[in-house]
Design a protein around this ligand. Structure first.
Ligand SMILES: [Zn+2]
Length: 454
């Protein structure tokens, strides 16, 4: 036994001068599936819609990339042209991935593009239905999606083949801060002076001969150029489509960043969505030009949920008063909360928000945050983790998109992302407590340190 090992070592050493033909240490597999609803249904993202969808501009996709390091550790990234990832979907896929492929939850990343031109399939979020009642169509879609995603992951695993994996980045400028200070508070309006994150991180996967097979690219901007009645991936869908048309055979996957307070401007037409998509695709092309940084070493992941406290919710009397409000969203939210108090005795005090840290070799750290994180999170994490020697990619809209995750700054400033949006949700009794940024960032640092020690 020992002799064989020694012999193997010697053979291995003997082969080092020919390192130029060394096989790649990685394996990668990619798969894609159309997830456009087959029938028209309520669309997600704008509570003011009054009708169901009427056809499509193009198909919505779910895509999976599986990476395997030299030690056989696997990581699966799934990207979705959808509004978000419901908690129940995350739990179901986690369970399936563990049972079917022995994949650890920390090695599964689900990210939604947050297109507002996809189907509404989240429990309790149907604007056109009274008091957040689910519709049979949305339930059916959700169940079908879960099955499709499980098959998708299986397909990507079957496609595993030797690959070279590297990192690059570029910049793209159409995202603008959308929190404009006015004398009466923060308005949802372009604010050219507000913080932005214009980075376009790119993970590229090539075959051993150097032929491009897949690109994953990120951007921190609401996927809301459009507010129409046709299914569409919005700018992120057009960016993926443009890249796949320019590189036949390549799969392009979009990963939404911390764009909770960022909008694409100008907006409103399908031409503008296409234009922004092409602009972002060009930024990805620019990132592909210089020599990328090859990723070397192990895949490692850490995953946790952070219990984010709500600020003290309104009293039963206050909800009863709001239930009579002329604002139908406020009234609907209050009625729902009163019914929950009746049913459960009390409203929940906190919500478990997922955070995930992935090391893709020594050169890249990918942080995936739950909810609609505002841009402060990516700017802060990139600054604070810069000293660790790896590029830092921060994704939002990952693993459970339960609502906005404001920073302390945004929470104190007030406005839509600070808590105004909570009344559109059946989940949250009201705004978060101001402890959320400290808790989330603290936990991410712990996970990050843990991976560096392992
Ligand atoms: Zn949003």
């Amino acid at each position: 036994m020992r002799t064989t090992l020694l012999l193997l070592l010697l053979v291995g050493l003997g082969s080092t001068p020919c390192a130029a033909v060394e096989p790649p240490a990685w394996k990668a597999g990619v798969a894609s599936v159309v997830i456009t609803p087959k029938t028209n249904m309520w669309m997600a993202g704008y509570a003011s819609r009054t009708n169901t969808s009427q056809g499509k501009f193009h198909d919505l996709h779910a895509k999976a990339l599986v990476l395997e390091d030299a030690h056989g550790t696997r990581m699966v990234m799934v990207t979705l042209d959808l509004i978000g990832v419901p908690q129940a979907l995350r739990h179901a896929l986690e369970r399936r991935a563990r049972e079917q492929w022995k994949l650890a939850p920390e090695h599964l990343l689900l990210n939604a593009s947050h297109t507002h031109s996809g189907p509404e399939f989240r429990v309790g979020r149907l604007p056109g239905w009274p008091d957040f009642q689910p519709s049979p169509l949305s339930d059916q879609y959700g169940a079908q999606l879960e099955a499709q995603l499980a098959k998708l992951i299986g397909d990507a695993l079957k496609a595993l083949a030797p690959a070279r994996v590297s990192y690059a980045s570029a910049r793209c400028g159409f995202a603008m801060n959308r929190r404009l200070p006015t004398p009466t508070g923060y308005a949802n309006s372009p604010n050219p002076e507000g913080p932005v994150d214009h980075a376009v991180p790119v993970l590229r996967v090539d075959d051993p001969a150097g032929k491009l097979r897949a690109v994953v690219f990120g951007y921190a901007c609401h996927n809301t150029t459009l507010a129409l009645y046709k299914f569409c991936g919005d700018y992120a869908g057009f960016a993926q489509q443009t890249l796949e048309a320019a590189h036949p055979g390549v799969t392009a996957l979009f990963m939404a960043g911390c764009g909770g307070d960022q909008n694409p401007y100008p907006r409103g037409t399908v031409e503008l969505a296409e234009h922004h998509g092409r602009t972002l695709a060009l930024a990805v092309e620019a990132a592909l030009l210089p020599k990328p940084t090859p990723l070397t070493g192990k895949l490692k992941g850490a995953y946790a949920t952070v219990n984010l406290d709500y600020a003290t919710p309104p009293s039963r009397e206050e909800f009863a008063r709001r239930a009579q409000s002329k604002d139908r969203y406020e009234a609907q939210h209050a009625r729902h909360m009163l019914a929950r108090i009746e049913r459960d005795g009390a409203l929940p005090a906190s919500y478990p928000c997922p955070v995930q840290v992935l090391r893709l070799g020594k050169e890249l750290t990918l942080i995936a945050l739950g909810g609609e994180t505002v841009v402060d999170y990516s700017l802060r994490l990139k600054k604070e983790l810069a000293g660790a020697g790896a590029a830092v990619w921060v994704a939002g809209y990952s693993n459970d998109v339960m609502g906005y995750i404001p920073s302390t700054r945004v929470l104190l400033e007030g406005g839509y992302e600070a808590g105004g949006a909570m009344r559109y949700s059946a989940t949250h009794p009201g705004p978060w407590s101001a402890t959320l940024e400290t808790r989330l960032i603290g936990r991410i640092h712990e996970l990050h340190d843990q991976l560096r020690r392992d």
